[in-house]
Design a protein around this ligand. Structure first.
Ligand code: CAA
Length: 258
């Protein structure tokens, strides 16, 4: 496994774990973090022994945002020319299902990183928000776009325009978080969920994620076409034949990958 300085990377069974590890800066997402997370996720993504990825932080902070100190002196041209947050596009594009296991602060870019994942599990200690308005900027890692798709225009607008932070229970109520668990159970719950997902057939997982992603980006009609094609393509896989035979024979599917 490559050497990383700002993250810890580990394969546990069929699950790839990425732990943000800049405790001195509450896991603020600087350029190095973004490059390392994107590289680690891409490496897991190209490894067929991996069926799910978990991204997590510390008890105090999933991530307190993009690194303000790194950005402070930049000009607009520099932000654009260097595509300051470009590595995150590579992270968001992985085909493997990704779970964010969030405890503590998930603010600004931290909340946006969680929203690049497919499922957000939150500890009851988690705090979410897009406080960029207090810094004289706006969310820059997808927050304005993904938050609306997650919680609807009016909730997203309130959070982005006011910078108000919300606790895990409110995040669950508005649909940002899939489940809230006691902080002490977060990693166990993330382990259970990721292992369940990773045990499934890899072609089905890739197809399910790609098809769900399409729904975020396209019209209903176009999305239904994407689904129709992906569904049909799975009928040319060994796992579909095995999965349906397993149902008929009243036994669980033995996936070729899981
Ligand atoms: N960038 C850089 N450093 C950060 C940081 C960030 N986003 N968040 C925290 N840190 C650093 C602090 O500067 C501090 O370092 P020093 O000890 O060297 O001063 C260290 O982490 C610990 O932080 P605090 O002392 O502030 O800890 P706290 O418990 O008192 O407060 C907090 C915690 C409320 C999360 C507070 O740190 C905070 O408000 N952080 C910034 C949150 C924020 O505005 N995030 C949005 C960033 S911009 C963005 O993300 C743009 C985008 O859309 C991509």
């Amino acid at each position: 496994m490559a050497d990383y300085e700002t993250i810890l990377v580990e394969q546990r069974g069929r699950v790839g774990w990425i732990t943000l590890n800049r405790p001195e800066a509450l896991n603020a997402l600087n350029g190095q973090v973004s490059q390392e997370v994107a590289a680690a996720a891409s490496a897991f993504d190209s490894d067929e022994s991996i069926g799910a990825i978990v991204v997590t932080g510390s008890e105090k902070a999933f991530a307190a945002g993009a690194d303000i100190k790194e950005m402070e002196s930049k000009t607009g041209a520099e932000m654009l020319d260097t595509d300051h947050f470009g590595a995150w596009t590579r992270f968001a594009a992985v085909r493997t299902p990704v779970i964010a296991a969030v405890a503590g602060y998930a603010l600004g870019g931290g909340c946006e990183l969680a929203m690049m994942c497919d499922i957000i599990l939150a500890a009851d200690s988690a705090t979410f928000g897009q406080p960029e308005i207090n810094l004289g900027v706006i969310p820059g890692m997808g927050g304005t776009q993904r938050l609306i798709r997650a919680v609807g225009y009016y909730k997203a607008a309130e959070l982005v325009l006011s910078g108000r932070l919300i606790k895990a229970d409110e995040a669950e109520r508005i649909g940002l978080v899939s489940r809230v668990v006691p902080a002490s159970d977060l990693l166990d719950e993330a382990t259970k969920l990721s292992e369940t997902i990773a045990s499934k057939s890899l072609p089905s997982l890739y197809a399910a994620k790609a098809t769900l992603d399409a729904a975020m980006e396209t019209t209903l009609e176009a999305g239904l076409t994407v689904e129709k094609r992906a569904f049909a393509a799975l009928f040319d896989t060994a796992d579909q034949k095995e999965g349906m035979a397993a149902f008929r024979e009243k036994r669980p599917l033995t996936s070729s990958t899981g």
